[in-house]
Write a protein that binds this ligand. Structure first.
Ligand code: FE
Ligand code: CA
Length: 515
């Protein structure tokens, strides 16, 4: 078994996988008659306005992404050439190939390049019909078994286009990180009035494949977002707004929508997500099902365990919302990840040879208690609404055989640093890990510098709270993991500077955040 199997935890070998890939290519070729392919036709307009991207780096390769503008290529499938070079000037081209951009997948290209060297930069570009894309940089993962002394990544989430400008992406592009991890809410499916609208979506709420495509197209046309995609590979997972607000498993938040209806919508949303993300073919959706949880290794220094806490979760307890906990919250039959993913995570954490095990997660794990009308209330959409499932996760992280677990989280539109506790209502209970929660890119508007002490009274495990926008940069070294909270003072007009609002360390061999 090779590393592909090992890392992705799937049931196919890499060789099988390429066979599946070829079969699929055959199906697409059958679906589009040969005469449909706009192969050598000259294109009058540049079809690469949505930019380029790379993702899911392995030691020997990466997936290269682009998507042709259908108005430039017409309705037919198009053939796209790609080149990978060892230098920015493309003097030493090391790999080249061509991919079909089929109309069935919105003229998207997911070229899985292999044969590259580990742990180094490459540059890539696409060509079609005499037109070329921008040049972008990517970076392979360090060799399996190697022990890098430093790795840098950033994580982000929640980029509501209507709530602000993606200025922080421009700053992130200049940070020289090895990968960017996106934890969900890449788009918003409808308008949210929780902040003023500073620039408008192309339409209202999206439901169909073409509508989701148009929404992703709007976001992906943003120059700041494109700049961040062009500097390094991304590792993406999704949360609720890629489909619909607060969905859970086969359940829409809207109780007048049946599960069958909702799954049709999810199929459309998942297809658009795949079309627009630099994902490998292992994540090609089958209707409303998509393999998004997966592992990625960066030598023996760092392993990402990327979760999917939407697709398999139980419906929110107590009718959703923020409220006092009803008995359903504690029902051990309820799940956040599904039984299969729970086993996959346990196997992956126990079997990892990495110094740092970073769990890329969507909604906040650490308890966040608030008071309303004299009663303690909790968000039913977060792990607080799935206490039995959280207890199983806590027990897994507490296992001494699990090495240096650190969770990164999005969704909540505010920055948090918290210790993960065996019992959140007993501050003297064991600390089992650290959770770094990143704020939104824009969602919620400008934000503010809230005072940490405001939330600490009810949540003593919280070390930092801040409501600015931006991203978190993480430096991983054998001896420590350092999270730096990078924030912009405003998002409602362009040009904000970037500022550091907090730096937090986890030391090797200790649980929780350094005091
Ligand atoms: Fe969000
Ligand atoms: Ca969310």
């Amino acid at each position: 078994m090779d590393h592909w199997y090992h890392l992705y935890g799937g049931s196919v070998s890499r060789r099988d996988f390429f066979r599946v890939g070829r079969d699929l290519a055959g199906l697409i070729a059958l679906a589009s008659l040969p005469g449909d392919v706009a192969a050598e036709r000259r294109l009058a307009a540049n079809p690469f306005a949505l930019g380029v991207a790379s993702g899911d780096p392995l030691p020997d390769g990466v997936v290269l992404w682009t998507r042709l503008d259908p108005s430039a290529v017409g309705g037919a499938a198009a053939r796209v050439q790609w080149e990978v070079a060892a230098d920015e000037g493309f003097k030493r081209i090391v790999r080249r190939g061509s991919s079909l951009a089929p109309a069935e997948l919105g003229h998207s290209v997911h070229a899985e390049v292999d044969g590259l060297e580990p742990g180094r930069d490459y540059w890539y570009r696409f060509m079609a019909g005499g037109q070329a894309s921008a040049v972008a940089r990517t970076r392979t993962a360090p060799a399996l078994g190697s022990s890098p002394d430093r790795f840098r990544f950033a994580f982000i989430s929640c980029q509501n286009y209507e709530h602000g400008y993606f200025t922080a992406f421009r700053h992130l592009a200049a940070e020289d990180v090895d990968v960017i991890v996106h934890l969900g809410d890449y788009i918003y499916e409808k308008r949210f009035l929780s902040a003023p609208t500073v620039r408008e979506h192309e339409a209202g709420e999206v439901f169909t494949l073409d509508q989701y495509r148009a929404r992703y197209g709007l976001y992906r046309a943003d120059a700041d977002l494109q700049a961040a995609h062009a500097v390094c590979p991304w590792i993406v997972t999704n949360d609720d707004h890629e489909v619909a607000n607060n969905w859970a498993g086969a359940f829409a938040a809207d109780t007048t929508v049946s599960s069958d209806q909702f799954l049709l919508r999810r199929a459309a949303a998942y297809q658009a997500y795949y079309e627009f993300m630099p994902l490998r073919r292992t994540s090609l959706p089958h209707g409303p099902w998509m393999q998004i949880y997966r592992r990625l290794a960066f030598g023996r220094l760092l392993r990402f365990h990327v979760l999917d806490t939407r697709q398999f979760r139980s419906d929110q307890a107590c009718g959703d919302g923020s409220k006092p906990r009803c008995p359903e919250v504690f029902d051990p039959a309820r799940t956040m990840m599904g039984a299969e993913q729970e086993r996959w995570l346990a196997d992956g954490l126990h079997g990892s040879d990495a110094r740092w095990n970073v769990v890329a997660n969507q909604v906040m794990i650490a308890q966040t208690k608030r008071m309303a009308g004299g009663e303690a209330i909790f968000s039913m959409d977060k792990w607080d609404g799935y206490v039995a499932a959280r207890n199983r996760l806590t027990a897994l992280l507490a296992d001494p055989k699990v090495v240096n677990p650190v969770v990164i989280t999005g969704d909540i539109h505010t920055n948090w640093v918290a210790d993960l506790k065996a019992d959140y209502d007993d501050p003297s209970s064991a600390t089992v890990g650290a959770e770094f929660v990143g704020t939104s890119m824009t969602s919620g508007g400008d934000g503010n510098d809230a005072d940490t002490s405001r939330v600490q009274g009810l949540n003593p495990h919280v070390k930092f709270f801040n409501a600015r926008r931006g991203y978190v940069r993480v430096e991983v070294e054998p001896s420590r993991l350092t999270s730096t909270y990078r924030c912009v003072p405003y998002v409602t007009f362009p040009g904000a500077p970037i500022e550091t609002r907090g730096v937090f360390v986890v030391e090797d061999g200790t649980r929780g955040v350094q005091a």
